[in-house]
Design a protein around this ligand. Structure first.
Ligand code: NAD
Length: 399
């Protein structure tokens, strides 16, 4: 089922029956088995790939490692990426892939073998004109390096280490984008700068830790953070660099010397902003009512269920939606893809400046459209993005 509510959308933008037909379903989805032998041990798992819509360019989208992975999750994120790239105006379509594994349970050499096999079974797909993966939940630059090591095409994968064609600033790009949109949201909704704003963050991986770093650098107090072990709290705000060092030692947050809170308690803290940077469905109708933060920022994809979103909106909370806030990574991916094709080099400050400019421009476009159409940020962002995808279909003579 599509994430779009076509009836609701058609009250805001023109959406023909033909456009609806194209957008209702993904263009392509694959479910494959990956078999490998590790010595005398047979290892089998599932690989999923979805291209939701490629009318605006090749399918761009992360590769996820998760033990609970489903085709449906991959489909939903591929669909979201279609609208995310359209909203920020990058010429990519929306795709996503994943391997059902828990990376913590595999040695590095095993992960490398699994990724090499992923490339082999998807040889025709991993072409920069078709599908370009990037890091997502459970994966990082080392994994992208292995993919590149097999394809030998620099622009076939983004999020690579800088030493082999990655770009300065890609690692922290999504977190930077989340920080930029959080600051804009705080300014617009609360008429405050981020000085002394109190923030709680669920998830302290790539997105959460980098968002925390940029936000704390701009004066915000990160008073609580969590990972799979649970959360920690410090009313004076954490030293984020120190926490990042702690996590680099592969330690859980609850092993850090601080007051412990549970994952659920973190949602209920009296903070200005709650950033969700872990996984889908973190906020449901069971816990939405307990949230005290005025602004909830979706760093992860789909961290709030539809029912929970309704509760939050009705109680006067402002939700900054995923397609608006977590596109810093895809912007940096575009810069890296372009660099891979052209051979040009870009500096970190250029990556940051492109993210900052595009995120701010997108935020202002959404804000303007939201005010004009009397919509919340989520509905306004989605309507603008769908409009662009429909326009591309018209321009290509598809509809
Ligand atoms: P990651 O694997 O680097 O980190 C995920 C973090 O979430 C880890 O700290 C993990 O411990 C924590 N976590 C998992 N379940 C949790 C729970 N129940 N409570 C608290 N913490 C929990 O992943 P990431 O790359 O930071 O991605 C996080 C989210 O952001 C995902 O939804 C991903 O799809 C989305 N996203 C990532 C990128 C990117 O560039 N990495 C881009 C766009 C969107």
């Amino acid at each position: 089922m599509s994430m779009l509510d076509f009836e609701k959308l058609s009250q805001v933008i023109p959406i023909s029956a033909s456009a609806r037909k194209v957008l209702e379903k993904p263009e392509m989805e694959m479910s494959l088995r990956l078999d490998l032998s590790f010595g005398d041990k047979l290892f089998c798992t599932d690989v999923f790939v979805v291209y939701y819509n490629t009318v605006r360019g090749p399918a761009k989208g992360g590769i996820r490692f998760s033990p609970n992975l489903t085709l449906e999750q991959i489909r939903l994120i591929a669909e979201m990426t279609t609208y995310k790239t359209a909203l920020v105006g990058i010429p990519f379509g929306g795709g996503m892939s994943g391997i059902r594994i828990d990376p913590r349970e595999h040695a590095r050499f095993e992960l490398n073998e699994i990724l090499k096999e992923y490339v082999h079974i998807l040889e025709k797909e991993l072409d920069p004109r078709v599908y370009i993966p990037a890091p997502d939940y459970g994966t990082g630059s080392k994994d992208m390096m292995v993919i590149y090591g097999e394809t030998h095409i620099p622009e076939s994968v983004t999020g690579k280490p800088v030493s082999i064609g990655g770009i300065h600033g890609r690692e922290e790009a999504t977190g930077r984008g989340v920080a930029v949109s959080t600051r804009l949201g705080v300014k617009t909704v609360m008429n405050k700068t981020s000085d002394n704003i109190r923030i709680a963050i669920q998830g302290f991986g790539n997105v959460g830790s980098n968002a925390a770093l940029f936000l704390s650098e701009s004066g915000a107090k990160i008073v609580a953070v969590s990972d799979t072990s649970g959360g920690i709290f410090n009313s004076d705000g954490f030293d984020i660099k120190e926490l990042i060092e702690h996590k680099k030692e592969k330690k859980y947050l609850q092993e850090y010397n601080a007051e412990l809170v549970s994952g659920e308690e973190l949602f209920e803290l009296d903070v200005d902003v709650l950033v969700l940077a872990a996984l889908e469905d973190a906020i449901t109708e069971d816990n939405a009512e307990n949230i005290k933060a005025k602004i909830i920022v979706e760093g992860a994809n789909y961290p709030i269920t539809e029912a929970a979103d309704k509760i939050l909106v009705e109680s006067g909370k402002v939700v900054m939606p995923d397609i608006l806030t977590n596109s810093g990574g895809v912007i940096a991916s575009y810069i890296e893809w372009h660099q891979g094709k052209s051979g040009s080099l870009s500096e970190k400050k250029e990556t940051y400046s492109t993210i900052d400019k595009l995120m701010s421009k997108t935020f202002n476009n959404v804000l303007k459209f939201a005010n004009l159409s009397k919509l919340n940020y989520r509905d306004a962002a989605l309507a603008l993005a769908v409009q662009r995808v429909v326009r591309a279909m018209e321009d290509r003579g598809l509809i």
